[in-house]
Design a protein around this ligand. Structure first.
Ligand code: HEC
Ligand code: HEC
Length: 409
């Protein structure tokens, strides 16, 4: 209600005189700015707790939570690389199958990962922790490592209560691949021990979410221009907006203040390795989010009967979802080349060329998005669209988040 009122008031703001945009283009522009705070997440009661955010910041940069002590979240989400990693496919303990997304403004999203297989940031965080190609750690070692570090232990226990006594637990254990040593050790634990270990993993995620919710980068030249600073955008970027909002039809998916509809589409980007696309993407993601013990409905959620849990009930896997990927936010996109779910495209110029020609676009069954038509952009138009995308690079809300916090509490 309040937001709707603000938007209404916003749309009556005076239009700067010297702009070349039509009233309609202005009206559309105002639907993208300013960037609001992320919506609350009641499934994590500490989502906006500053102490949880501080613990999360420590965890994010700490490589001890990996099987060989060398990989942290920050290995693939590098602050200086837009919290992405600059590679096509990420490398942790092994090579992953997808491109690392930027974490700037990540809390604006509704579903996480390219296929949306996690429904909250805290549920998301457990996956890289235990993925053998990423950090290859496990929830039992996690509990043990937290207990073994005085600072982490104190901060954790203040927020979440006592860490479990791990003395009788196996060295390492997680419900991983059937037949693995980790899974066998997991089976030897009692249900109660398993639940206690999983709770530590959920809490690890909840602290990380509190940190990630603060990775806000708004106030881009585009925001300043629409707010009335006529000098904030170059002429080229202003022409680029007209294309973005008009003939380019980009807003049909890159909508709203984060320039994403939060939904999934198949735009036909060919696989990095060539050949036919075989990744089911959203089709598999929907199954996985339903089965995830850390989802909004599960026992570790702080609001298992809330709106987020209800959304899962109505989430359905349909054939159309095969090969669909989540629409990325375009805010700060200039910071995080390469692009797309496998980093297939090297630069923004390449992305714009793709939308201009649709050259190489693949078809998955007959479910390809009908929205996309080759735009046949001139080289000037393509440069304008890139200039517009570059005008979405904002200013970090808090610089203190770009490195581990100092150790005094
Ligand atoms: C080995 C590299 C690697 C490590 C380590 C890693 N990530 Fe990621 N991260 C990725 C990749 C690749 C994806 C996309 C995977 C996919 O969509 O299937 C991703 C996705 C994400 C997303 C989803 C973003 C979105 O827009 O949906 C978040 C949030 C995230 N990672 C946070 C973390 C946190 C927190 C940690 C540490 C616990 C971490 N990552 C560790 C590579 C990594
Ligand atoms: C039908 C929905 C749709 C339309 C229309 C659309 N996009 Fe996208 N866009 C997506 C999806 C989905 C992806 C990710 C695709 C993938 O990884 O396979 C994407 C990816 C991108 C990326 C890469 C972002 C990143 O971080 O990797 C950019 C840049 C982009 N689009 C810009 C545009 C522009 C400019 C237009 C208009 C010319 C446009 N998009 C039109 C859905 C759309």
């Amino acid at each position: 209600m309040k937001l709707a009122l603000l938007l209404l008031l916003g749309s009556q703001a005076p239009v700067p005189q010297d702009a070349s945009w039509t009233e309609r283009e202005w009206t559309k522009a105002r639907t993208h700015t300013p960037l609001p705070d992320p919506r609350p997440n009641p499934t994590n009661r500490l989502a906006d707790n500053p102490h949880a955010a501080q613990l999360g910041q420590r965890l994010f940069f700490d490589a001890r939570f990996s099987a060989n002590g060398s990989v942290s979240c920050a290995s693939c989400h590098v602050p200086d690389l837009g919290f992405a990693d600059g590679k096509s496919l990420s490398m942790g303990l092994g090579r992953t199958t997808r491109h690392s997304p930027s974490l700037w403004n990540v809390a604006q999203q509704r579903w996480f990962f390219w296929d949306g297989r996690a429904d909250s940031l805290w549920a998301q965080a457990v996956q890289p922790l235990e993925n053998p190609k990423e950090m290859g750690f496990d929830r039992v070692s996690l509990a043990r490592t937290l207990r073994g570090d005085a600072t982490l232990r104190a901060e954790y226990e203040e927020l979440f209560g006592a860490l479990p006594d791990v003395s009788s637990w196996p060295e390492r254990a997680a419900p991983g691949d059937e037949g693995s040593e980790l899974a066998a050790a997991w089976k030897r634990m009692s249900a109660e021990e398993q639940r206690a270990a999983s709770r530590v993993a959920a809490n690890f995620g909840k602290a990380l979410e509190a940190f990630e919710r603060r990775l806000v980068r708004g106030d881009a030249p585009f925001d300043r221009f629409v707010a009335g600073d006529a000098k904030a955008l170059s002429e080229s970027a202003r022409r680029g907006w007209k294309l973005f909002a008009g003939r380019g039809n980009c807003r049909s998916c890159h909508s709203g203040p984060a320039f994403t509809d939060g939904e999934f589409h198949n735009i036909g980007i060919p696989p990095l390795a060539g050949g036919k696309p075989e990744d089911p993407a959203r089709y598999a993601g929907i199954d996985r989010v339903h089965l995830d013990p850390f989802n909004a409905q599960g026992e570790f959620s702080d609001a298992p009967g809330g709106e987020e849990a209800l959304e899962l009930v109505t989430l359905e896997r349909t054939p159309q979802t095969f090969g669909e990927y989540r629409t990325p936010s375009l805010r700060n996109v200039a910071l995080t080349a390469p692009y797309m779910h496998e980093g297939q495209l090297k630069s923004l110029a390449d992305v714009v060329r793709f939308y201009s020609t649709l050259e190489g676009a693949t078809q998955v069954g007959h479910h390809q998005e009908q929205v996309l038509q080759p735009l046949h952009l001139s080289s000037e138009e393509a440069a304008d669209l890139v200039a517009f995308l570059e005008s979405l690079t904002g200013t970090p809300a808090r610089n203190a988040l770009l490195a581990p916090p100092s150790s005094e509490r």
